[in-house]
Design a protein around this ligand. Structure first.
Ligand SMILES: C[S@@+](CC[C@H](N)C(=O)[O-])C[C@H]1O[C@@H](n2cnc3c(N)ncnc32)[C@H](O)[C@@H]1O
Length: 257
């Protein structure tokens, strides 16, 4: 997985522009970080697009990621602006070099749990998050609610995520393709980056492939119970709407039992 994001780090912000959930997700977590008293850990902190602004505004955050390129992007963008309040650690979130019982909020934003394609792997993430939490600490984790109609309409097609032009990269096109494996709640993702330098006739095409899973909310609840969490709340989107049969997202607020 670190190789995947090492390949995508330079294009990450442009790539996620193609996802309508990217901005509301960031706004939701930044607000949550600003409301939290005490230490925050963001699992899969990426380029710090959420943690950076919150640390700049006063939050104390440890950001964990396996991708050296994403961590480098976070450091470059935020180190000078966060007054030492953003601590970046290269680590797998399933085995963290952090002490138990000291954290007020552990967050796993933007459907990153989907990178763990088996339920036992997802459970390992939940158990490790729980280990970090202090007595009244909260773990917040989100994913989308799988939409079969959307998947059928987009299966095995190229989806435009970004097209633009700038001085540094010339013309850039970013496209996603999802090849669904419905039986295993998984898709094989190809992210294609097409670049044409300003003085070049030829296009350079680079594909990055990875697997991504979804999880039914009922199955997520089973993992939550197995990890020893109780559900404090669950939202149906990043704006705080109630979770019901029409919810597009599942945003879980969990506390250790
Ligand atoms: C979808 S991005 C989310 C980044 C950021 N939280 C955001 O919302 O923009 C997922 C991030 O998780 C990281 N990641 C994936 N698997 C990981 C693992 N096992 N341990 C730590 N980080 C991981 C990736 O490198 C990537 O930066």
């Amino acid at each position: 997985m670190s190789q995947t994001y090492d390949n995508l780090a330079d294009y990450y912000d442009r790539w996620i522009e193609g996802d309508p959930a990217a901005a509301p997700c960031a706004a939701f977590y930044r607000r949550l970080y600003m409301e939290t008293k005490g230490l925050i850990v963001e699992l899969g902190v990426g380029n710090g697009r959420i943690a950076g602004p919150a640390a700049r505004d006063g939050a104390e955050i440890v950001g964990v990621d396996t991708s050296i390129a994403m961590l480098h992007a976070a450091r470059t963008a935020w180190a000078e602006h966060t007054g030492g309040r953003l601590h970046l650690i290269a680590s797998d979130m399933r085995e963290l070099p952090l002490p138990s019982g000291t954290v007020s909020l552990v967050a796993l934003p933007f459907r990153t749990i989907g990178h763990f394609t088996g339920n036992e792997e997802k459970l390992r993430v939940l158990v490790e998050a729980k280990r970090l939490l202090g007595p009244s600490g909260i773990f917040v984790v989100d994913h989308y609610v799988f939409d079969r109609d959307w998947a059928d309409a987009h299966n095995r097609r190229w989806l435009k995520m970004y097209v633009g032009c700038d001085n540094a990269d010339g013309e850039v096109g970013i496209y996603d393709r999802y090849d669904y494996d419905f039986e295993n709640c998984m898709m094989h993702v190809t992210t294609r980056i097409e670049r044409r330098a300003n003085d070049d006739e030829d296009k350079k095409i680079e594909d990055t492939r990875f697997d991504f899973s979804w999880i039914d909310p009922a199955d997520m609840k089973v993992l939550i119970d197995r990890a020893g969490f109780e559900v404090v709340d669950v939202f149906g989107d990043y704006g705080g709407r109630a979770f019901d049969g029409h919810a597009e997202e599942q945003v879980w607020f969990l506390r250790a039992q």
